[in-house]
Design a protein around this ligand. Structure first.
Ligand SMILES: [Zn+2]
Length: 339
């Protein structure tokens, strides 16, 4: 009899893999799992690995990562494994309805028909509702893998029918090693990205493969630093730009980045021995730490956090950003000397 292998090709989350592998080995697989955790922590990666594990045809180590089902699933090309993503904004009821219809068909070649529903916490209540019947009486060959940043916004009836697996950020050291050994990063670059990732492997991999992401990060930090020396009119123009329809979707990430920046400023201004995250901004952060007291840095940090929380509650984004702009201190930063 074949065993499900311990190595799922996933960095970290060993306990979750162990739990899933044990359930598979014992034939106690549930029909719906709910992976929760912060964006980029590895929810979809783990869900894909699980889709491979249940459909792998290797005799010894599942998932083997090299058989036909494994490779097709890894490339998101397997006919019986689909990922449901929101077209724009949230998952729509039609998407879920269409998906539910395909579930009545037996898998074409795999053991399980697997559907991964991404960021389901952002789906409309109607879209969640459309999934309920399937969750109540799933066909025996169906495996539903739901991902969500947090379970709070899910209908309780959805939550109660899924096996929850809450993924937490992994140790930055683990991210660093994976970046060096699996993605050929130099140790210095890997250390910086590992810190920035906050233990979110998926985020780190995206940062490596998506050049845009690095330049967006640089832009957002530059905009913040520029704003410190700007008057109210320019700051409000930035607030308008960041909360425009085009950019609104990025705002949570912008604020998370700014939060890490002000946390660094607070660490430096209070002479803490904890290493800072945005080490490539050391030159500016040192100036801020000299100009502001720890209390002042803390105030800004709290203002950013407040803004992030307000956006989470769907307040007017532009207004929230304008308030934040007024809470930023007025400072002139000098550029780092070239080289
Ligand atoms: Zn395989």
């Amino acid at each position: 009899m074949s065993r499900y292998h311990q190595n799922w090709g996933v960095t970290g989350h060993e306990w979750a893999i162990q739990h899933l592998a044990r359930s598979l080995n014992a034939g106690r697989l549930r029909h719906a799992y709910l992976f929760t955790g912060p964006a980029g922590v590895g929810k979809t990666t783990l869900a894909l690995a699980m889709a491979m594990a249940v459909n792998c045809i290797d005799d010894h180590a599942r998932p083997c990562g090299v058989c036909r089902p494994c490779t097709l699933i890894a490339r998101e090309k397997h006919a019986d494994v689909s990922i449901l993503r929101a077209d724009e904004g949230a998952l729509k009821i039609e998407q879920v309805r269409n998906m539910v219809q395909t579930l009545s068909l037996r898998p074409v070649e795999a053991r399980y028909r697997v559907v991964i529903l991404r960021r389901f916490n952002e789906a409309t209540p109607q879209a969640m509702d459309a999934l309920l019947k399937t969750l109540e009486e799933p066909p025996p060959y169906v495996l539903l893998l739901i991902t969500a940043d947090s379970a709070d916004r899910l209908l309780p009836t959805i939550r109660s029918r899924c096996q929850p697996l809450n993924l937490r950020p992994i140790a930055p050291m683990q991210v660093r090693e994976a970046l060096i050994f699996n993605h050929n990063l130099d140790p210095e670059g890997a250390a910086l990205l590992a810190q920035l990732s906050g233990g979110r492997m998926g985020w780190a991999i995206r940062a490596v493969t998506d050049g845009d992401m690095q330049s967006r990060r640089t832009d957002w930090l530059q905009q913040l630093e520029d704003a410190l020396d700007q008057d109210r009119v320019k700051r409000f123009a930035l607030a308008e730009n960041l909360s425009s329809t085009k950019n609104r979707g990025d705002l949570p990430e912008v604020l998370e980045l700014w939060l890490s920046y002000w946390r660094d400023a607070l660490l430096l201004s209070s002479h803490a021995s904890t290493p800072i995250v945005n080490r490539d901004r050391r030159h500016s952060l040192d100036q801020i730490a000299r100009a502001l007291s720890a209390d002042q840095a803390l105030n800004v940090l709290q203002a950013v956090r407040r803004t992030a929380r307000m956006l989470d509650q769907n307040v007017n984004a532009r207004l929230a950003m304008e308030v934040l702009m007024l809470d930023l201190p007025r400072l002139r930063l000098y550029q780092a000397p070239p080289g």
